[in-house]
Design a protein around this ligand. Structure first.
Ligand SMILES: [Zn+2]
Length: 79
């Protein structure tokens, strides 16, 4: 079982300073859905953005709320 272990109460500040070995998840604080965040899919304009600026633009695909939160960490365990 593979599960995501977030680093508690930590963000890199800017998305471009997030170490590449870290995985990023988006959690909707409204409905609790999580999905993988793919930084490669960010627009060029957002590649050096503040984490908080990115979070402001996240929209949940399940409930439509704009209350996404980025979580930084890594997957532990086997697939
Ligand atoms: Zn949601």
């Amino acid at each position: 079982m593979r599960r995501f272990q977030p680093i508690r109460d930590w963000t890199p500040g800017y998305i471009n300073t997030c170490p590449h070995h870290l995985d990023i998840l988006v959690r909707c604080t409204a409905c609790g859905v999580t999905r993988e965040f793919q930084r490669d899919k960010l627009s060029m304009a957002m590649r050096h953005a503040l984490i908080t600026e990115i979070e402001e633009r996240l929209k949940c695909s399940a409930c439509g709320a704009k209350s996404g939160k980025l979580l930084f960490g890594s997957y532990i365990g086997d697939d």
